[in-house]
Design a protein around this ligand. Sequence first.
Ligand code: ADP
Ligand code: MG
Length: 762
Amino acid sequence: MSKSKSSESVKVVVRCRPMNEKECAAKFERVVSVDVKLGQIIVRNPREASASELPKVFTFDSVYDWNSKQIDLYDETFRPLVDSVLLGFNGTIFAYGQTGTGKTYTMEGVRNDPERRGVIPNSFEHIFTHISRSQNQQYLVRASYLEIYQEEIRDLLSKDQSRRLELRERPDTGVYVKDLSSFVTKSVREIEHVMNVGNQNRSVGATNMNEHSSRSHAIFVITVECSELGVDGENHIRVGKLNLVDLAGSERQAKTGAQGERLKEATKINLSLSALGNVISALVDGRSSHIPYRDSKLTRLLQDSLGGNARTVMVANIGPASYNVEETLTTLRYSNRAKNIKNKPRINEDPKDALLREFQEEIARLKAQLQKRSGKKKRRRQRRRVGEGSDAEDLEEGETEDDDEDGEDKGDYWREQQEKLERERKAIMEDHSLVADEKVRLLKEKEKKMEDLKKEREAGEMLAAKVKAMESKLLVGGKNIVDHTNEQQRMLEQKRQEIAEQKRREREMQQQVENRDEETLELKETYSSLQQEVDIKTKKLKKLFAKLQAVKAEIHDIQEAHINDRQELEQTQNELTRDLKLKHLIIENFIPLEEKNKIVNRAYFDEEDEYWKMKPITRIEDDQQMMTRPLSAVGYRRPLSHHARISMMMRPDMRYKAENIMMLDMDLPARTTKEYQEPVIAPKVAAALEDALRDEDEIQVDASGFHSNLGPTPPASTSGSLKKPKSGRPRTGKKSSTPTSPFSPSSPGSPLYPQSRGLVPK
Ligand code: ADP
Ligand code: MG
């Protein structure tokens, strides 16, 4: 089923970012130098005097310094990997390194800047360009985007961002994320949109994006399925999956003093990353038969990429400044080990879960349905075009042409049918021999037929639309292959690739030459004198001694790092033990023994979810059956006293019909009246009305001259009564309560009748 290939190593490249502004401003020393030609990274120790300690040298498949361009990395390192994904291999690109060293820059780069785009957008372009240039192949491209944060998997493309997904395993296809959404994309624009949506969701959940991204792993997955006619005359499908992984920052998370939730968080943050390290160690070790993939979500998910059947490139990102030297060395050691992982890449041919196959089958099914619908019509047509032949099934152009004609045919067909029905309807209307009833019935029948016809037509159209939509998702190239610019572009790419390949070979050769130099030196040498021999051998000894020292220093460093690791693990263990002891203490002292036993009996470990779970409460004697709520009285739904039961039988009294479980509260009748609502009156009108209907004595009159002589003003302040605009009626009752009639002695305005205000015509 699948073509095996000999094993190949995980490719490891190192990229050193430029000094950033802060580092330049603080005048940090640069301790990393990069020998691009030799593929070496040289790290000086900034503390000691340079003479006492030799610089540390690491050799990789290729290395990139601060001047490296994104496109260089892509062409030399990533393009071959993406190419093999297009051939049906699985491929993985990891970015590993301390926070702030350029992982995200390498993977995503700077959006909207074509020069500084990272691997992910560059691979979009690459994949869709490849498809547009392909011939006689059908492609289906889909994308997923997920994040692992504190050992929880979040689907970055799902609507529900609070949901956590689980890993599942199937014997045929391996580990996968259950219910992970994936979007079929037809163009670069579409897949970019998918990425943007995911990136947005990634930052939504995070309070501090920087911190969040340094603690979580983001995996963008592109699945490319390709269907092609094989030599055996059958269609074969190859599926390549490209995992693009932006790992969490590799720096140690400070754990000191963490407790409770924070401790749990701290232990989980880099669990996946340390598990990754353990997997790499175990793979490289060669002695351990057990590879601890299951220790974390990340390693389980990427099991194929490490020692499996995928091609893998690891990009180790480092910073150049002196204060990062420890982390830089750790990163270099880590990736140095990864170089030795062996994978056995193979093409995935005709896997069971190919979506493309499903699509093709569904399209074929729908097309058959469509064919059946228009079968009658077609047969008639076909009789007319005998000899034309319809063997253009495989040719896309031929098929589309056919489709168009079909469309017209169908249109004609529907029109004919409709006209026919219309004619029949008219005939019935005009037919005077029919009884009215009969006429109506026939008309109804015809109308129903027309309705059916319409429905059928709509269904047919929907089917056709569906077929079109599905077909549009299957991408075929080859249409603009003759395009001249395309051709040039391709040549250019090819040349670039050749150059990259040449560079790589050159580097390899140079590395080999270096190695061989030392070996052959000895063989070639013949000594003319004893003294010369002594000299040369002394020189050589010195060289070897230096080498020995370097190795010793390295061993020392590694031991130190190891001790640090161990101490940290011990500390974590102590903290966890303390936590566990506390929980034990609580259980011992506060939970009754039998309750505890019950819980212990119910608890079990779910292998699939890797989680402790509780079995539902069961009957003791029968393990299988859920315990139901006990019945209080056989035959009745609720407890009944003896008296109630007797009364129920003897008397027709509703009171004891306990079985009636309906609510029998009386329903209130629907209300037929309304609350009184005053009409809404415009404020101007209201004011005018108020004025017009005011009691005369309420009207304010300029009587200031009288006030002093005539005692205190009446208690009902005039401004107060004026402020009641709501009432539309004259307040007749008011007269009696406040004696303010024009003739009353207290009224200050009695002699001065107001003038007409012209509102009410006299
Ligand atoms: P990480 O994802 O590893 O935490 P980033 O990718 O966010 O780091 O990089 C940190 C900063 O350094 C960003 O502002 C990025 O633009 C810059 N940077 C990283 N690598 C390079 C590079 N090779 N060239 C230019 N700038 C870089
Ligand atoms: Mg980042």
